[in-house]
Design a protein around this ligand. Sequence first.
Ligand SMILES: Cc1cc2nc3c(=O)[nH]c(=O)nc-3n(C[C@H](O)[C@H](O)[C@H](O)COP(=O)(O)OP(=O)(O)OC[C@H]3O[C@@H](n4cnc5c(N)ncnc54)[C@H](O)[C@@H]3O)c2cc1C
Length: 359
Amino acid sequence: MSVDPTAESTQFHELRDRLAEATGKLDLKGAWPAEQLRWLDEAGVLGWTVPHEFGGSEISTSDLVTGYERLARACLTTTFVLTQRNGAIQRIAGSENQSVRTTLLPDLVHAGTFATVGISHLTTSRQHLAKPVVQVRESDDGYVFNGTMPWVTGARQADHIVGGGTLADGRQVLAAISTDHPGVNAQEPVSLMALSASHTGAVHLQDVEVSREMLIAGPVEKVMKQTSGGAGSFTTSALAVGVAKSAVSQLAAEAERRPDLEQVYAQFSDDVEQVSQDLRAATAGRADDGETAESLRERANSLALRSTQAVLTATKGAGFVAGHPAERAVREAMFFLVWSCPQPVAAAALREFACIIDG
Ligand SMILES: Cc1cc2nc3c(=O)[nH]c(=O)nc-3n(C[C@H](O)[C@H](O)[C@H](O)COP(=O)(O)OP(=O)(O)OC[C@H]3O[C@@H](n4cnc5c(N)ncnc54)[C@H](O)[C@@H]3O)c2cc1C
């Protein structure tokens, strides 16, 4: 049975309380959130994106976005790891290749198996380089991958990486790469400004042959446009809104004792609620005129950055001490400036920093 992400159930409250209580320690230790993934498993969350026929609960995009927002408010790292796992699942589930679906999806309902994505080099990373960082050639049985996927979350924990590469003619393929292959070499995770516990690092691929049974999409030009999810999607905004909502509750706690903070708290509270509602409307196909995934991401990013800095300002020097929720919130909010951030969203952030007024 899977917990309903939209309901105020005791089970979901307990899950979020556990995650929130452990999030500070997770950040300080930088250890992989294995226990947190088990809690998600117990609540049925790991099956949210797995189709019913493979044992999952296959919730709607709108419910998924609500679930991400509520979980990110409790623990950004765990929720981010979940999104990368779900990113892999959604691409496998969306494949027309029945063999990759039936082989991999049943095990992905539970925490015993982990899959992740290595796709940024096809969307937002290394786009300025002349030569693709992962090159692919066709073989008798499938495709052979060579190169480096620069960013893979939980690479050393993964059984499969949904990764892509480019053929000499410019077409691209996406496949489920087994980490058991001797040519797959996951590098030491990098130490990050925040989210180090996501154990993100590069993965080298040397003559890694992937059979056609494990092909997810392609060969085709711009393979990421053929598969579900994508840069700047609603998921990233949902996590940013979750971080902003957490900051708003911290501001509320401070404002209770300090009337001078009330106006600032009220403004952030209204704005975050509005983005949250607009995001929900957009995922349900009811976006206001002119509202797009990108405009929502810009608003969510901006609020995550501003609201966390407001909390730091309010908590003063005490909030600046390592381990205080305010300093962690500020570091975590910075993640949205670099994670799966499409060029127009990055450009909007730069304009905001430079106080360049549009129009
Ligand atoms: C914590 C974390 C976890 C992540 N997890 C995953 C994951 O699991 N899977 C996944 O697929 N992706 C993941 N990503 C990748 C992420 O979504 C982005 O793709 C990534 O942050 C883009 O940064 P980059 O340094 O690779 O960008 P690049 O564009 O490659 O920039 C690298 C450097 O190149 C230079 N540069 C950039 N643009 C230009 C230009 N136009 N001309 C000249 N020089 C330029 C700059 O000096 C820049 O610092 C993760 C990222 C982070 C930070």
